[in-house]
Design a protein around this ligand. Structure first.
Ligand code: 13P
Length: 256
């Protein structure tokens, strides 16, 4: 059984006050919850505060973006070395917000994936189709293409120390999650697609689902065999909802 992983992607939300409140509540709520890895990815300027607030807890830190370079004259950017230095573990790569609003293409995403691994951090690769692509029956084709961007440049071995997050764009921030069976079918496709090259890697690979995960739908999603956790947006901004999602993951994947 894979140990599930739930990450809260705060996106462009948060404040010092909110960070203090959420980390305090999460520490309390998750103290007794075992069997699920947890991380929060607040905006980067709050990472140091989060690190201090979470010291001694099992809750890890994530970041929402990284530059392709490690240092140099790249005004406004943040490097993988810096994220490591500040205590981040999981780095979200290729989120649809970045693909859409910052025009990040598969080539840039592969470079980010590589630089994150080069410093020993874990890339969380977001893939997923638009509503139109979904309606046109292109979901698997799109996911395969986004996976190929990594597989063809960095090799299958690169997938080993990574996490994949399947985030259909039509489900993000819409309140309309993929159904458990819809998501399971794509997750199984992703696992089988990579398993063609190396089944050992995929048996251990964490594939998260993201897109309107909340305290109500989490248990049914996690009941699916290939859904190994979640990348949570808006529900990660409320400590009680996020804790309920983590608890649901721990319960669903409990080794009996
Ligand atoms: P929501 O949970 O708000 O739909 O966001 C999902 C997401 O994009 C996480 O990265």
């Amino acid at each position: 059984m894979r140990r599930p992983l739930v990450i809260g992607n705060w996106k462009l939300n948060g404040s010092t006050h909110m960070l203090k409140e959420i980390t305090t509540s999460l520490r309390n709520a998750l103290k007794m919850v075992e069997g699920c890895s947890v991380a929060i990815a607040p905006p980067v300027m709050y990472l140091d505060q989060a690190r201090r607030a979470l010291t001694g807890s099992e809750i890890a830190l994530g970041a929402q973006n990284v530059d392709i370079k490690l240092s140099g004259a790249f005004t406004g950017d943040i490097s993988a070395d810096m994220l490591k230095d500040i205590g981040a573990k999981y780095i979200i790569i290729g989120h649809s917000d970045r693909r859409i609003y910052h025009k990040e293409n598969d080539e840039a995403i592969a470079k980010k994936f590589s630089v994150v691994q080069s410093v020993g951090l874990i890339p969380v690769l977001c893939i997923g189709e638009t509503k139109r692509e979904n309606e046109d029956g292109k979901t698997k084709e799109v996911c395969a293409r986004q996976l190929d961007a990594i597989l063809n440049t960095l090799g299958t071995i690169a997938i080993k120390n990574s996490v994949i997050a399947y985030e259909p764009l039509w489900a993000i921030g819409t309140g309309k999650s993929a159904t458990p069976l819809q998501a399971q079918s794509v997750h199984k496709f992703i696992r089988d697609y990579i398993a063609q090259y190396d089944a050992n890697i995929t048996s251990k690979l964490i594939i998260q689902y993201g897109g309107s995960v909340n305290d109500k739908n989490a248990a049914a999603l996690f009941a699916q065999p290939d859904i190994d956790g979640a990348l949570v947006g808006s529900a990660s901004l409320k400590a009680d909802l996020f804790s309920a999602i983590v608890t649901a993951a721990a319960k669903a994947k409990k080794v009996i």
